[in-house]
Design a binder for this molecule. Structure first.
Ligand SMILES: [Zn+2]
Length: 97
């Protein structure tokens, strides 16, 4: 049998927020929340940003991890292995663009 939920509701806080905060517990808030939720970009760009932030981009390292044939080198600089961090933060060619 389920135990009744003990709610720690603060004054002025909605019941939905109270339950949500209690369910997520002590999970750390993500730093990029505002980048994703307060952005006026189109749906396609927002989906691409979501994929990037969650590490779900189709990069060479992920394709190889799934057993698919792929060139592990970055298609832009051809010097380093291609992964999300390299493509969006460390690739010398990408930084110039
Ligand atoms: Zn590169």
């Amino acid at each position: 049998m389920l135990e009744p939920l003990q709610l720690n509701k603060k004054v002025g806080q909605s019941m939905t927020k109270t339950i949500y905060l209690q369910l997520i517990g002590d999970l750390e808030m993500v730093k990029w929340k505002g980048l994703l939720l307060q952005n006026q970009a189109g749906p396609k760009a927002m989906f691409g940003l979501w994929l990037c932030l969650h590490g779900r981009m189709m990069t060479a390292n992920r394709l190889i991890k799934w057993g698919l044939p792929a060139n592990p080198k970055c298609v832009l600089c051809i010097n380093c292995d291609e992964d999300r961090d390299h493509l969006f933060a460390m690739c010398p060619y990408g930084i110039q663009v």
